[in-house]
Design a protein around this ligand. Structure first.
Ligand code: BG6
Length: 471
């Protein structure tokens, strides 16, 4: 492959606190929505944490962070994306004073990254709203959460202002439309949640995100603040104009979030949608100006699959495992969990976002969730995950193609660079990592780490700045 990736391209990997830290009740951490969803973000909610919830132990990063970060460094990571668990800092979410032990933990993590020359990229809220905020306030439906979030981000921005430069305000903010409990800490069951309250929650998150951007830039003008959305390029099932319109509408329901973050105001099409659905967003004094004056420095996104839409779904197969809905695309293969594999979709997403906004883009999640088999090769335990290498190679080739088109791409952090608990299904067996973690769905396993074949492959990709990719 010819040289395409810029010299300062941020290669790395991504994780989230709730899926790998474990230590769910250590050092003063409060419970989060994850501690009561043992079967994943769409599954049942328990009253208390239950033993079958793999996230309580995760992969024990909390106690093994040094070993893990050293492995990331060995691969040559320039950047490492993780999240701060809000409930480690404010255990209930609505306290006035932070928990020092929680803050001290992330000092250690960031120091360890910096020691290895790895830049931390930190998500402030990654599907881990403190549970108290759900039970007491119904999550983001309540405007009070803005104030709690502002207090939390002010504390962490101040604390880590010399250690962390890149921040993301909310993980996959558009997922609140599909997973209100996991994403928005909204306790009202989805079938009882009115569109009015759901979109009011969206508004609160958007205002909180703009407010965090403002606070961040005041604390350190060098901070780079990004929004984070799920990218899902949507294809029409046929050239029938009705199908094309259906695809456009589906994309707009996602663009709404990045449009507000990047352009600083609700797009006109949203106003029509609100009107037709009887939604009246309540703006507090100053919201409009706050959104307009505090747009993001860059746009980040996760990309796993494209989707396909038609005006009439009844004629087609529905793709399984796809949180944003959509139909089965007959031209694409899918992962074992039904996620349709489409490298060209990443090329399209990058171009579409860049054509729309002309701001730097950051791919902060991408990867293949697969069942891996630990085998012995030359006396070492490993995984022959050529399927993962193929997946990532093909996606990265498309990133290179988009860069050639002139798209500004800041970096790429593959999802779950070390195996962790899946968000949608809370399984250990849905693995994404370059590093295998010996833990099974029943909670058994030594938690030992083993390098997969993809470990050395990614190391080479980073060392050659993408030139080792095969087009
Ligand atoms: C994204 C989330 O939706 O996809 C991650 O930001 C998640 O938290 C990832 O883990 C992959 O999804 P899953 O369900 O396979 O873990």
């Amino acid at each position: 492959m010819v040289k395409k990736f810029p010299d300062n391209f941020l290669w790395g990997g991504a994780t989230a606190a709730n899926q790998y830290e474990g230590a769910y009740n250590e050092d003063g951490k409060g419970l989060t929505v994850q501690d009561v969803t043992p079967h994943g973000g769409f599954g049942p909610i328990t009253d208390e944490p239950t033993e079958d919830n793999l996230k309580l132990v995760g992969i024990d990063f909390y106690h093994r962070y040094k070993e893990d970060i050293a492995l990331f460094a060995e691969m040559g990571f320039k950047v490492y994306r993780t999240s701060i668990a809000w409930a480690r800092i404010f255990p209930k979410g609505d306290e006035l004073e932070p928990n020092e032990a929680g803050l001290a933990f992330y000092d250690k993590v960031f120091d360890e990254c910096l020691k290895h020359g790895i830049e931390p990229l930190v998500t402030l809220s990654h599907y881990e709203t403190p549970l108290h905020l759900t039970r007491e306030y119904d999550g983001w439906t309540n405007r009070k959460l803005i104030e709690f979030y502002e207090r939390y981000v002010t504390v962490v921005f101040n604390r880590y202002k010399d250690k962390v430069k890149y921040w993301l305000t909310f993980n996959e903010i558009n997922s609140v439309l599909h997973a209100p409990f996991m994403s928005g800490g909204i306790g009202t069951p989805p079938e009882e949640l009115s569109k009015q309250n759901l979109y009011q929650a969206v508004h609160h998150e958007l205002v909180a995100s703009a407010s965090a951007t403002k606070i961040a830039h005041e604390i350190n003008p060098d901070f780079k603040i990004g929004c984070m959305v799920i990218a899902m390029p949507t294809y029409p099932m046929t050239p029938d104009p009705e199908d094309v319109v259906a695809a456009m509408q589906a994309e707009r329901s996602n663009y709404l979030f990045s449009d507000v973050h990047v352009r600083g105001k609700y797009p006109n099409y949203a106003n029509r949608f609100f009107k037709e659905n009887g939604i009246e967003i309540e703006f507090a004094e100053g919201d409009k100006e706050l959104l307009a004056e505090n747009t993001v420095d860059f746009l980040s996104f996760s990309y796993y699959m494209s989707v396909t839409q038609a005006a009439d779904h009844s004629k087609y197969d529905t793709g399984k495992g796809n949180i944003l809905g959509g139909l089965k695309n007959p031209h694409l293969k899918a992962s074992e969990w039904g996620w349709q594999i489409d490298p060209k979709g990443l090329y399209l997403a990058l171009n579409d976002f860049y054509d729309r906004y002309q701001i730097p883009l950051f791919i902060v999640e991408n990867g293949l969730g697969a069942v891996d088999q630990l085998i012995e090769v030359d006396g070492e335990l490993t995984v022959d995950d050529q399927y993962r290498i193929d997946y990532m190679n093909d996606h990265l080739v498309e990133v290179g193609n988009a860069i050639e088109d002139g798209v500004e791409v800041m970096g790429y952090t593959s999802w779950g660079c070390i195996d962790l608990v899946s968000a949608s299904t809370a399984e250990m067996s849905k693995r994404y990592g370059f590093i295998y973690v010996d833990r099974n769905n029943d909670g058994s396993g030594t938690l030992n780490r083993y390098k997969k074949k993809s470990f050395n492959w990614y190391k080479e990709v980073i060392a050659t700045n993408g030139e080792s990719l095969v087009d």
